[in-house]
Ligand binder design. Structure first.
Ligand code: UD1
Length: 424
């Protein structure tokens, strides 16, 4: 298995182009199942998770044309040969359950494997299933699969989510676009990726009101058509490189980043001592600069958007490990999202866990070490720690990084990092 070797200590300085957002691209790809006409997505990142979902769509019968040189993929679901999403593909990536809503609403039946647990928690899909039942679907769990049927089609309904779920909002919003009548989603997620999906569905002919708010009102249509859509820039990739720059006392322009997607993050980075500037224009984005040793501890709590994202918690912890003073990090979205803590401690971080909170007492320096992590964001937090540490860090299980970061080593190396992939 490949590893990443980092010789720490260099400042991250330069320009990093931000890729299309993985978490926006995945539901957008699933939405292609709602129409027999082609859906062309541009600015699609070249990532393992994208390939996994494209494989799943292909096995459903979707025609997938990849134009990798243009970061563009066209999906045509004119003929669906199979409404079953098998365990082998769904277990690789939870987001595969996003095919459930679209297949069920267009074809009246779907059989989708339950995703099972994952490294960051149990992550059930009960909200998705309850909402589909409210839309009139019959749901049976059998042999590890969800068997969903709605032979006469889904019917619009009022659905109040008991708590915010990004995936459930996306799945049900897609299903409701082809339901009969009006659906209201109350306490819906407001993440920018949901807004991106709603914009694409609207371009396909869907009628969605309240986009960007916590109440979405969808008028079902008989048919949707094809569209072209550009995937939004990746706010989590942006935040990750911002934190790499701050942790190393660097200065980067994150080209193409959208500052309005990152307010909670840039507020915390500013509070911690970084200087953030919005650069307008086509070649603009977000610039972040920080003095080496200039960070101070801050408290942070993960929350649904517009709060601080759970997907940047691990990276922020790596940075706060090197700040002056103490910080309290509270994880409120997932119950088991601190797997990076023991690895950061092996690099010299001073962290104490108390249930869902981590007390981080800043240290003067981290030292390089062989490390590994069990999920995508935990892995990249170790890369940030390695960039800021003294000496060499070897990060194993690089396949986690390949799921979510396009050209990670290349982007960091172009900004002065000593980083390379060792192929085993
Ligand atoms: C998405 C993101 C993920 C991010 C997360 C929270 C994608 C592909 N993934 O994941 O990177 O960390 O949002 O911002 O976009 N839950 C239930 N029952 C459900 C659904 C969710 O209990 O039916 C729980 C989850 O276990 C979790 C919380 O609700 O504790 C939020 O999960 P959710 O927002 O659904 O996350 P995902 O859509 O899976």
């Amino acid at each position: 298995m490949d590893r990443i070797r980092i010789k720490g200590g260099n400042k991250i300085e330069g320009i990093i182009p931000i890729s299309g957002a993985k978490n926006a691209a995945l539901p957008l790809m699933a939405s292609s199942l709602l129409t027999e006409e082609p859906l062309t997505l541009s600015n699609v990142p070249n990532l393992e998770d994208i390939r996994t979902l494209a494989d799943l769509l292909e096995q459903h019968g979707v025609f997938v044309e990849r134009h990798l040189d243009k970061a563009e993929i066209t999906f045509t679901a004119c003929e669906i040969t199979n409404t079953r999403a098998p365990y082998d593909l769904v277990r690789k990536m939870r987001a595969s359950v996003l095919v459930l809503g679209p297949i069920l609403s267009r074809f009246g039946k779907a059989k989708v494997s339950l995703p099972g647990g994952c490294a960051i928690g149990t992550r059930p899909i009960d909200l998705h299933l309850k909402a589909l039942e409210l839309l009139g679907a019959d749901i049976v769990l059998e042999g590890g699969y969800v068997l969903a049927s709605a032979p006469c089609g889904l019917k619009g309904a009022d659905i109040t989510f008991p708590f915010v779920s990004v995936g459930a909002t996306e799945n049900i919003m897609m299903a409701a676009t082809l339901a009969d009548g009006e659906t209201r989603l109350i306490n819906a997620a407001r993440e920018p990726e949901i807004i991106d999906l709603a914009a694409c569905l609207t371009a396909m002919g869907a009628s969605i009101d309240g986009i960007g708010s916590d109440t979405l009102v969808i008028q079902g249509r008989k048919l949707l058509g094809g569209a072209r859509h550009t995937v939004m820039p990746d706010r989590i990739e942006t935040g990750t490189y911002a934190m790499a720059a701050a942790a190393t006392g660097g200065d980067v322009l994150l080209k193409g980043a959208q500052p309005e997607h990152l307010v909670a993050v840039t507020d915390k980075l500013t509070e911690s001592g970084a200087v953030i500037t919005e650069i307008p224009g086509e070649n603009g984005g977000v610039r972040i600069a920080c003095q080496r040793g200039g960070l101070v501890g801050v408290d942070v709590m993960t929350e649904p958007f517009p709060g601080f994202p759970t997907d940047l918690q691990a990276q922020f912890m790596a940075l706060l490990s090197l700040s002056d003073g103490a910080s309290m990090i509270t994880e409120q979205i997932f119950e088991n999202r601190f797997m990076h803590v023991p690895e950061l401690m092996r690099m010299g971080a001073n962290i104490n866990l108390h249930g869902g909170s981590a007390m981080v007492r800043g240290v003067k320096a981290l030292t390089g070490a062989p490390v590994m992590a069990t999920d995508l964001r935990a892995s990249v937090s170790l890369v940030i720690a390695g960039l800021a540490a003294e000496g060499e860090t070897l990060v194993s299980r690089v396949y986690h990084l390949d799921r979510g970061y396009e050209c990670l080593e290349k982007k960091l190396a172009s900004c002065g990092a000593e980083i390379e992939r060792i192929e085993d």
